[in-house]
Design a binder for this molecule. Structure first.
Ligand code: ADP
Ligand code: 3PG
Ligand code: MG
Length: 390
């Protein structure tokens, strides 16, 4: 698939609707916890401004049911202004109001505005033609730079692209290029590491990765479900029992698939809780698995040391709570140090990599969570097709 590059178009004096993904958490003080997703869109915005366009940013945040202050994009404005280095006008009214038409029409080349959370509008998630037409009426062309939301066939992603010419932004292109390499021609050995807690969204990916990668290493709560499906007692560990049947279908005798051979357990999931190393198969009834153990880490380290490509999604343990961050932190540093093509994605995975201060050592950090997983499964992403040559 070849994407239509926005840099091939004349944007001077044009109004450009840019779909970005600013779906980020804010701290108690109301500031974004992590600015990676905002920062990642700056190259496209800067390019458009430099070439004399009017930039109208559109994003969603969270999964609101109607208008809700806690999902507003307003708290992101100070950070966005700082990153862009220009004023950013916030348009908070519902998109059908005259105030929005007037505000958009008043924008001049070189100016930037951010619309309020697009999921506040009925019709965004079911791709209503009415909403798509309304958004399209604000602009001459649209740019999709929201890779992280490109697995959603929503009005602001695919609907607008049916109404006005649509192009791929710089971030979207980079994500597509980096991840396509993993699908088409990864340098081998190619090692995939999967962990985390969203088991239902990741089980199918394991079987897909077993076809493409040379080795698949599992950790986190995802591995708990596989261990349980295999008949191993996992005490009170977090798992998704509804997925046991599906998990049992994954052949653990497959030589490419590695599951933890030892784990760290505790009876409480709290900071500095008393904990122990347990070989898998020796987990007490009241214990829960909170991290991978030292032998597993050693084994995974040896596999990674031979890899020429590593892709990673999902922490190996409850990395938010010390000392159960050890496995994840060690893995992040190990991959970071090893000279290979290293790609990681997923909200918590990136957070863990940042905490381990290994972020700059990775080849590429994807802004996509679900979108990256679906892409790696080989699924078609509607947001990419909408800006591709056919
Ligand atoms: P990502 O956002 O990187 O895709 P997920 O959302 O799937 O990752 O999972 C991240 C969460 O998984 C973290 O909050 C972490 O605490 C949790 N997790 C990892 N290992 C375990 C475990 N053994 N038990 C419970 N939760 C775990
Ligand atoms: C993400 O955070 O993965 C994207 O913003 C998509 O959000 P969604 O899962 O609510 O559609
Ligand atoms: Mg997550």
């Amino acid at each position: 698939m070849r994407l239509r590059d926005v840099r091939k178009v004349k944007v001077q004096g044009k109004r450009v609707l840019v779909r970005v993904d600013y779906n980020v958490e804010t701290s108690a003080a109301g500031r974004p916890r992590d600015v990676t997703r905002l920062q990642a869109t700056i190259p496209t915005i800067t390019w458009l401004l430099k070439h004399g366009a009017v930039v109208i940013l559109v994003s969603h945040r969270g999964r609101p049911a109607g208008r809700a202050a806690k999902f507003s994009l307003r708290p992101l404005l100070p950070t966005l202004r700082r990153l862009i280095g220009r004023p950013v006008q916030f348009i908070s009214e519902p998109v059908y109001s005259h105030a929005v038409t007037a505000a958009v029409e008043a924008l001049r080349p070189g100016q930037v505005a951010l619309l309020e959370n697009i999921r506040f509008e009925a019709g965004e998630e079911d791709d209503s033609p009415r909403l798509a037409k309304r958004l399209a009426s604000f602009a001459d062309l649209m740019v999709n730079d929201a890779f992280a939301d490109s697995h959603r066939a929503h009005a602001s992603i695919v609907g607008v692209a049916r109404e006005i010419p649509a192009y791929a932004g710089l971030l979207l292109q980079r994500e597509h290029d980096e991840l396509s390499t993993l699908l088409k021609r990864p340098a081998r050995p190619y090692v995939a590491i999967l962990g985390g807690a969203k088991i239902s969204t990741k089980l199918h990916l394991i079987s897909q990765l077993l076809k493409r990668a040379d080795m698949v290493l599992l950790g986190g709560a995802l591995a708990n479900t596989i261990l349980q499906a295999e008949g191993t007692a996992i005490g009170t560990s977090f798992s998704e029992p509804s997925l046991l049947k599906q998990a049992a279908g994954l052949s653990v005798t497959n030589a490419k698939l590695k599951i933890p051979c030892d784990v760290i357990t505790a009876t409480k999931r709290v900071r500095q809780a008393p904990h122990q190393v347990r070989p898998v198969g020796r987990i007490g009834r009241r214990e829960m698995i909170l991290d991978i153990g030292p032998d597993t880490l050693d084994l995974y380290g040896r596999v990674i040391a031979k890899a020429r490509t590593v892709v990673w999604n999902g922490p190996m343990g409850v990395y938010e709570v010390t000392p159960f961050d050890r496995g994840t932190t060690a893995l992040a540093r190990l991959i970071g140090r090893h000279r290979c093509r290293s790609i990681a994605g997923g909200g918590e995975t990136l957070d863990a990599i940042h905490r381990a201060r290994a972020d700059r050592q990775f080849t590429f950090l994807s802004t996509g969570g679900g979108a990256m997983l679906e892409f790696l499964e080989g699924k078609h992403l509607p947001g990419l097709s909408a800006v591709a040559y056919h």
